[in-house]
Write a protein that binds this ligand. Structure first.
Ligand SMILES: [Zn+2]
Length: 441
């Protein structure tokens, strides 16, 4: 007997009338029209069943701190970093844990079940590291939290000097932080930035860890840290283990230079995370008009065979005053800013907050295939494009075959004469959805 049988679902690749059979927290069968005895049977009524959303770039130590101790007046990245510096001495472990747990509640409600969060290691007390390791332990039954040791104030520039931050970072790794972070564009010179990339990649090679750096998060067309990151990745044989986050300077780089950079990144199997909500908000702040969008070159990176995910980055913190853990909102913004409007490109935007992000976290047993964990999300939409368009309601969220969140169907009652009595804003099931031209890779 199965534990759970989910019938009549549409999958992101377009297959319809699909059943997913679950036993002991795992998917044991995926087949069209399958019927078998189960403890619980759920009729998806033709709606979209997706693997859970994955956020490949977040800051859980800062989340939900908006307004503490004040708000960011200029709206820039640099004032955000300064403001975070004012907040850090005031942080308590209890408050930090409470805010992070609240955010994880929001995430689960939105079907977001895996998050890679950077955690600032510059405070020698490592209070945020301890707090987020505790959060990671507590949320483990329902959410995978992966932590990146992040030298927010720069590895080489901080007030306590380079040795201090490097030793904090190593201590954080010893305590159980999973990934090595960095912020080369915030070091004092291009040379120091390059040196920080080299040192951090060497540490990753030595310890057998993954790397995820905030890299070239500026509008400077001459910023070259992603080149160094790709070069060091190749030199040290870290292929497929290294992620460059943001890469906003690529938006402004010379086209000839980018044509040389992309193959280097592809050879290094560099992973990329763009953060559309934050990039469109923080970049171009020094421009008058025209104002640059600042998002990295997502379609070109994808065309070069590079794995690109979209991250949320911030929710209600010194850098960003909005957000709710909704990765469909992130995909929606990414689609617009990168002008990814073809059917194939819109599906790629959905992949950027699901499968591509899971690849970056190196999540095991993720997906809707036999043998994968029974983690999935039933959406009030008939396909990934409609899910993005509506930022679809997460009707049911499952973790290891157990229901962990539920939201009622979103329907508006209409009181109009001669018109239907309600609408869900979805196209009727029998109306063409224009997805025929889309063939999954
Ligand atoms: Zn970030």
């Amino acid at each position: 007997m199965l534990d759970l049988l989910l019938k009549n679902a549409t999958l992101p690749d377009g297959r319809t009338s699909m059943s997913i059979a679950v036993r002991a927290g795992k998917i044991v069968e995926v087949a069209a029209g399958l019927d078998a005895p189960a403890q619980q049977v759920v009729d998806a009524q033709g709606l979209l069943l997706s693997p859970p959303f994955v956020d490949a770039h977040f800051h859980m130590d800062a989340t939900l701190s908006y307004g503490l101790p004040r708000v960011n007046q200029s709206g820039t990245l640099l004032e955000g970093i300064a403001l975070w510096g004012e907040l850090k001495p005031l942080l308590t472990q209890e408050a930090l844990i409470e805010r992070a747990l609240t955010y994880c509640d929001w995430a689960v409600a939105k079907g977001l079940l895996a998050i890679r969060s950077h955690v600032d290691i510059c405070d020698p007390r490592l209070l945020a590291v301890e707090a987020l390791l505790e959060v990671k332990r507590r949320v483990a039954p329902y959410l995978d939290l992966q932590l990146v040791a992040f030298p927010q104030d720069g590895l080489l520039r901080g007030p306590q000097g380079p040795e201090q931050h490097l030793s904090n970072l190593k201590r954080a790794l010893d305590m159980g932080v999973d990934v090595i972070g960095g912020i080369p564009h915030f070091e004092r010179t291009m040379a120091d930035g390059a040196l920080s990339v080299k040192l951090l990649c060497e540490l990753a090679a030595e310890r057998g860890l993954m790397v995820d750096m905030h890299c070239d998060e500026s509008d400077d067309p001459l910023s070259r840290h992603v080149e160094t990151l790709a070069f060091e990745t190749r030199r040290l044989g870290l292929h497929g283990r290294v992620t460059g986050s943001h890469l906003t300077s690529m938006h402004s780089m010379d086209n000839y230079y980018v044509s040389k950079l992309l193959p280097l990144m592809a050879e290094a199997q560099l992973r990329v995370v763009a953060n559309p909500l934050i990039n469109i908000t923080l970049q171009g702040r020094h421009d008058t008009y025209p104002k640059r969008r600042g998002l990295t070159r997502v379609p070109e990176l994808l065309a070069a065979g590079i794995n690109v995910a979209f991250g949320h980055d911030c929710v209600m913190d010194p850098w960003y005053s909005l957000g709710s853990g909704d990765m469909l909102e992130v995909a929606h913004m990414g689609l617009h800013v990168a002008q990814m409007t073809s059917q194939a490109a819109m599906h790629q935007c959905f992949d950027a907050v699901t499968v591509n992000a899971a690849r970056i976290l190196n999540l095991q047993d993720y997906g809707l295939e036999v043998g994968c964990n029974a983690d999935f999300c039933l959406l009030q939409a008939r396909n990934p494009v409609e899910a993005i368009r509506l930022r679809a309601t997460r009707l049911k969220v499952y973790r290891r075959g157990q229901l962990v969140a539920e939201t009622p169907l979103a329907t508006s009652q209409l009181l109009l004469s001669g018109r239907p009595t309600q609408t869900s804003l979805m196209l009727p099931a029998d109306q063409p959805h224009f997805t025929d031209s889309y063939l999954p890779a």
